[in-house]
Design a protein around this ligand. Structure first.
Ligand code: SF4
Length: 180
């Protein structure tokens, strides 16, 4: 994990200011812009909105099918309607204070120690040192949350039985068998 000062300096050099275009909340051209959300994030949205899990999230679409007929995926995504996130209304996020990490840190993400920056019209705008520190802190928290999720998924995958012939999602809460 990179040091926060080093990361904040890299974020500051890249620069960013949200233009409010909401392209990160929509499918644009070939970029799916899927918003992956972990169980704790989905449960936070459930608590905030009163919505059911299945109305908020859908399985990550890339299912793996093995030679034993087991079919599984490892994540959930926020549902879409007409290629836009269901929480996007009038160009605004209706769950802003409860939005997932991926939305909080867009267009930045950490891959190991490397800072990756997605295409975004807001990149390149000046950032104050304090704003860069805030983004760096969020990126480090996000990476830690993703690592915790991955560890739990690995443990469930190694330990839990997967039913044959049924689609499943393996997340940090366990193996979830999908209907249909
Ligand atoms: S949760 Fe909010 S910020 Fe994230 S993609 Fe949906 S509308 Fe955009």
């Amino acid at each position: 994990m990179p040091g926060i000062d080093e990361l904040a300096a890299a974020v500051g050099r890249a620069g960013f200011s949200c233009t409010g275009c909401s392209e990160c909340c929509r499918q644009v051209a070939d970029d799916s812009n899927l918003v992956v959300a972990s169980p704790p994030e989905i449960r936070e949205i459930m608590a905030a909105t009163g919505m059911a899990w299945e109305d908020i999230a859908e399985p990550y679409p890339d299912f793996i099918e093995d030679e034993k007929g087991k079919c599984y995926t490892f994540a959930w995504c926020i549902r879409r309607s007409n290629d836009a996130c269901i929480f996007l209304e009038g160009g605004r996020c209706t769950i802003y204070t409860h939005r997932p990490w991926i939305c909080r840190t867009y267009p930045f993400m950490l891959e190991g120690e490397e800072l990756l920056i997605s295409e975004c019209p807001g990149v390149g705008s000046p950032l104050s040192p304090g704003e860069a520190q805030t983004i760096a802190r969020l990126l480090i928290w996000r990476q830690a949350a993703e690592h915790r999720e991955e560890e739990c998924i690995r443990a469930h995958f190694a330990r839990d039985a997967l039913p044959g012939g049924r689609r499943t999602v393996i997340d940090s809460e366990g193996v979830k068998v999908l209907d249909g």
